[in-house]
Design a protein around this ligand. Structure first.
Ligand SMILES: CC(C)(COP(=O)(O)OP(=O)(O)OC[C@H]1O[C@@H](n2cnc3c(N)ncnc32)[C@H](O)[C@@H]1OP(=O)(O)O)[C@@H](O)C(=O)NCCC(=O)NCCS
Length: 266
């Protein structure tokens, strides 16, 4: 099984060997963005990469669009992880935390994924648990969710102090930062979102500002904004360490050759 599935050209113009694994240094977090709406033939190919429990979960989706997006998300996750661990995508084994955060059962990077509509973001790190969240930049999302129900009193006060035209976007900024944090911890929404504060004012850098359970936990975390106005999404990344940088790459739109090549390689 060959490691590099997509590209033989590495950052910095270096041409990689086809069987290279992707380099992921401890001071990097790799972020990959992908489109989940794919042609049926691609969805079928990705479905073949899934484990039995993932296929069962896919079969339980009520709507075909949700089913195929889930299949593509998990299939791509396997293809991307295969690049780091040197296993075939089908050989990747997941284990799940108390709140269903997936992790690798064997050696390999920490990772996390998020999806919103047709967009998915994946994060990979060798230096610690990582959390990522993405939301399409739709004002409706903010209108449907009431800040007072989810955010801390401090966050609500900052949000309401902003000009009204900026509030929908600031809501999404706050929401994605909070979700990235709870996803990095693995707690998901079992951790009350009002029990910690993040920055959300557009003039402030992304940061975890306070947690109600620790005087110093906030200083340990680093949050990054991954929003992409051209792609139309707001997104955030969280990791419990400092001094790392984000390396972003898109996942190719047409996976046909990639999957074929990968299958021939074994
Ligand atoms: C994690 C959570 C916040 C994600 O919410 P979401 O906005 O619907 O989904 P996102 O697109 O951001 O992320 C989904 C992905 O996160 C990952 N994930 C699932 N549970 C996770 C957790 N506890 N921590 C981190 N990541 C998690 C999965 O890979 C999932 O994608 P997949 O199922 O297609 O593989 C939410 O599902 C949650 O709170 N889960 C915990 C459930 C739980 O135990 N709740 C108890 C009381 S509320």
């Amino acid at each position: 099984m060959k490691g590099a599935l997509y590209s033989t050209t590495r950052p910095g113009g270096r041409t990689g060997q086809v069987d290279d694994r992707v380099d992921l240094t401890v001071n990097e977090v790799h972020v990959r963005c992908a489109w989940l709406d794919r042609a049926p033939a691609e969805v079928d190919r990705l479905h073949r990469l899934l484990a039995e429990d993932e296929r069962e979960r896919a079969a339980r989706f009520r709507f075909e669009r949700d089913r195929s997006r889930y299949i593509v998300g998990r299939g791509l996750l396997r293809l991307l992880l295969a690049e780091y661990v040197g296993l075939a995508p089908e050989q990747i084994r997941f284990a799940y935390g108390d709140y269903q955060k997936p992790r690798l059962e064997h050696d390999g990077p920490w990772f996390n994924l998020a999806h919103s509509g047709p967009v998915a973001l994946f994060a990979f790190s060798h230096s610690g648990e990582v959390g990522i969240d993405v939301e399409l930049d739709h004002a409706d999302f903010a209108r449907e969710r009431i800040a007072e129900l989810y955010f801390s009193p401090t966050e609500v006060a900052v949000l309401r102090s902003l000009p009204e035209t900026l509030q929908a976007r600031a809501f999404l900024t706050c929401w994605t930062r909070k979700e990235a944090f709870v996803k990095a911890r693995g707690d998901g929404l079992s951790l009350p979102l009002a029990s910690f504060d993040v920055s959300l004012d557009p003039s402030s850098p992304p940061a975890l500002l306070r947690t109600e359970w620790s005087v110093d936990e906030a200083t340990q975390w680093c949050l990054r904004d991954l929003s992409d106005p051209k792609m139309g999404y707001v997104a955030a990344l969280a990791m419990r360490s400092h001094g790392w940088r984000v390396v972003s790459r898109a996942v190719p739109e047409n996976l046909h050759n990639v999957i074929e090549t990968q299958q021939e390689d074994r």
